[in-house]
Design a binder for this molecule. Structure first.
Ligand SMILES: [Zn+2]
Length: 435
């Protein structure tokens, strides 16, 4: 039985019937796609140079001015219609190439406030003031430079191969992914008044698995993540001795240490979640009266029901813990959404997975669900755009532990990683664009 997906209107046809998997992907022969990829792949030396340049000049979230300018310059050279300054420094480029589907492809512009500790000849030694006014070291420790270089390579390939396919390309370089605000900011800033609403969205990320590999799966691939900021108030002092006050530090520590257990009790033994303390601040050295203990929590879940239940349990546990300790005021607990669950559409991810298996053969593997989070899906949330998100490997290590994303030692091998990322994104797009 064919899976039905309700995105007929988005394809611009007049039929009211939802499209089927076969209509969604025309199942182009992988040999046809292979010949297009091999014939039209650009000289990747240009994008290697881009990679080194951006790696040495990273910019933290919300401050991606130079990176966006370099990306926009490359896209204009490829003769895309380029829009800049969307939701901060977001860049969107369009290439109309006849009838067919509109495919959105996305990479991220931002780096992390991390001091690079690799010994690469092109390592970053940069420091910059972030949007909060703090001076920080900066490093592309998540590999967004590789994601960008690959997407530029794909854009050049697809532009050169225009006679082989028809449809519309929307290329997005999103700001502020690390703090997961950039996708929503681009949408709120009128992204879809500048570019068409896509029929399908594609995203990929370099990870420290073997360079040359790609990994995809259907269904959930990345967790939903939320933060909770908590303030517990100490005092009052009935006498003159601060030691007679309710000290909020042990109260907070006791609560934090029991949160995971409390949530587990409520959601049951088999549900996937984590609750971790991300930051803790209390007191001032030299003052033995501690007015507040403030901490933040990182909450990761896979199911909406578990997410709701975890939030309720966390709030209740903090209130109960403070009541038991007789803190003079109720605690303040504020939840903020960081990233929604990333769930690959079965039809899109199966179509992409089929092409990957044909092209990459043994190097196409099943993606593992990870506790990373992303705001990629936010780009299509309002229009319920189906999407696929996958990983591609960047490590050439043959033994020992491999530095992971966000490590100060994270260092993808430029090749064959760049070629793999370029090929993977181009293949995925072409699987919906070649008639
Ligand atoms: Zn990342």
């Amino acid at each position: 039985m064919l899976t039905q997906i309700g995105i007929a209107a988005a394809f611009g046809d007049n039929s009211e019937e939802p499209l089927t998997v076969d209509q969604l992907s025309h199942r182009p022969n992988v040999d046809v796609l292979r010949s297009i990829i091999d014939k039209y792949r650009p000289d990747l030396a240009v994008y290697e140079e881009f990679y080194r340049q951006v790696h040495q000049d990273p910019e933290v979230s919300g401050m991606e001015l130079n990176t966006a300018a370099v990306v926009a310059r490359h896209l204009r050279k490829l003769e895309f219609e380029v829009h800049t300054g969307i939701g901060g420094h977001g860049v969107a480029a369009v290439f109309h190439n006849g009838q067919g589907k509109t495919i959105l492809m996305r990479a991220e512009l931002d780096a992390l406030p991390i001091l690079e500790e690799t010994d690469l000849p092109y390592k970053s030694t940069k420091r910059m003031v972030d949007r909060y006014g703090n001076e920080r070291p900066v490093m592309h420790a998540c590999g967004h430079d590789m994601n960008m270089a690959s997407l530029l390579g794909t854009s050049a390939l697809l532009k050169a191969a225009a006679r082989e396919w028809s449809g519309t390309l929307v290329i997005i370089f999103q700001p502020d992914e690390e703090e997961t605000g950039g996708a929503q900011a681009m949408v709120d800033d009128g992204l879809y008044t500048k570019v068409p609403v896509p029929d399908i969205m594609l995203g990929q990320h370099v990870v420290p698995s073997k360079s040359g590999t790609v990994a995809i799966r259907s269904g959930p691939v990345l967790v939903a993540a939320d933060s909770a900021n908590v303030r517990i108030t100490g005092g009052p002092c009935p006498g003159v001795n601060p030691q007679q006050c309710v000290d909020p530090i042990p109260v907070a520590i006791k609560i934090i240490s029991q949160l995971e257990y409390e949530v587990r009790k409520d959601v049951g033994p088999h549900e996937d979640f984590t609750v971790a303390c991300w930051g803790f601040h209390a007191g001032i050295p030299g003052n033995d009266y501690v007015a507040y203990a403030e901490f933040s929590l990182d909450i990761k879940t896979v199911k909406h029901t578990v997410r709701e239940m975890a939030h309720q349990t966390i709030k209740r546990s903090i209130i109960d813990g403070c009541a038991a300790a007789k803190t003079p005021r109720e605690p303040v607990v504020n939840f903020t959404v960081r990233a929604p669950l990333t769930t690959n559409d079965p039809s899109v991810s199966e179509a992409v997975g089929r092409v990957f298996a044909g092209y990459f053969e043994a190097n196409a593997v099943e993606m593992r669900f990870t506790r990373a989070c992303e705001d990629f899906s936010t780009l299509g949330k309002k229009h319920s755009v189906p999407y696929a998100y996958w990983n591609f490997g960047g490590s050439q290590a043959t033994e020992g532990p491999v530095p992971t994303n966000h490590s100060p030692f994270f260092a993808p091998a430029i090749q064959p990683t760049l070629q793999t990322g370029t090929n993977a994104m181009a293949l995925a797009a072409l699987s919906f664009l070649v008639m």
